[in-house]
Design a protein around this ligand. Sequence first.
Ligand code: SF4
Length: 508
Amino acid sequence: MTKSEAPANLEATKADGLGCHAGKAELRRAAAAAGNSEMLERYAEDYPLGPHDQPQSMCPAFGSLRVGLRMRRTATILSGSACCVYGLTFTSHFYGARRSVGYVPFNSESLVTGKLFEDIRDAVHEMADPEHYDTVVITNLCVPSASGVPLRLLPKQINGVRIVGIDVPGFGVPTHAEAKDVLAGAMLKYAREEVEAGPVQAPRGGRAELPTVTLLGEMFPGDPLAIGQLLEPLGLAAGTVVPTREWRELYSALDGAAVAAIHPFYTASIREFVAAGRPIVPSAPVGHDGTADWLDAIGKACGVDEGKVSAAKRALLPQIRKALADKPIRGRITLSGYEGSELLVARLLVESGADVLYVGTACPHTQWSEPDRLWLEERGIAVRYRASLEQDVGAVEAFQPDLAIGTTPVVQKAKQLAIPGLYFTNLISARPLMGVAGAGSLADVINNAIANKSRFDAMHAFFEGVGVGDKAGVWEDTPVVKPRVDLSKFAKPAKGGRTTPNIDEETV
Ligand code: SF4
């Protein structure tokens, strides 16, 4: 690779440590100058911003990193600043990756001369051992993306091991949720082209007997089973969940009769399914109304006889209604998160009886959550896409709910206000939501949290004032030097007795 073939942007290296702190505009400018405008334009279309610019969340690359680390026989290599890689690997191991992450380091010289690209190519060749891997995923983080390190010039496969190069810059991909789509979409594109080129590997357990519905979005492990129960009377089966856990599952995902966009932000993945001729169904089977509409939509997409769909609804919907009624939720709730399932959870809470006032999601507005937005807004509930932390916190302050469900800083703010809070990611999205099993599954955790209000009041009263004003541990004013204690004012101790200061005269 010559210097001219592997262009790098000298501008990007002038500023020491160009990263997310350097400013998005600066990075975008550098990326455009390095010939990466096309990538930025595609991301701008796939992951639109606004009304808020960019939600405050973790480094987006964590999303794609996690998708790769969860796949069998898949090696992962990062190319980026050491501090970014340190943070990303730390977080991935915190979440139990149990897998090494490869790293190709660089310095200004290797970035400018194109040597970084050569180092990446060498690393990929070294890793591409078909004994151990089906795929090697190499990810450009912010600086290599801004500098135009051309991963597209890597070989498509080495010794039969697929090489998938992606750019996941924080200045182009707004959230870690959408970064999952960047990798899932790149893999689906690769797999689709393999399918078009000839026969591919069958799924591990063989092809399904019934037509399947591919499920798009990470979900609670029991949810695909619950969805399978809903599909069975329609003569369908729950198919592969995307992002997949191994390469060959990509073929069965593409082979589905339809794709359920359970999480609505998988724009690049949906593009591949559409290219494969698969119909896409929005929303998800949550609660009574959600399940009814979803079964209708799936039946239509898969050409199922209407009578069959109606019979399935007659059998399933009363069970869901009963499960919801058996586990009511009483209380006023605000809800926000960055998983993409926020609107679905809100629907379930409303059908359980909760008074949901606000739903904020870091994800963008797409047509695949449109039925959920309409359903919520018809009930007077404010829905905010690309919600900022300020909007989420503002909702908690304005509505003073009995429970705030949200991200860490939102829950922290709620607790400061003596409002019980639950973390969306750990405590809500890690529960079943779909079908009969999902109905009522949130009631216990939510009712228990709401019932904790008196404990929050007690803690609030106890800690009132701590961490604010002069108790914040930060001097906002110049400290005033107070007079020292005048020791002459202390009474002389009696023999063997204690000295008692004259409190009235003491100045401290
Ligand atoms: S890779 Fe992530 S942590 Fe590093 S500069 Fe980009 S957004 Fe920030």
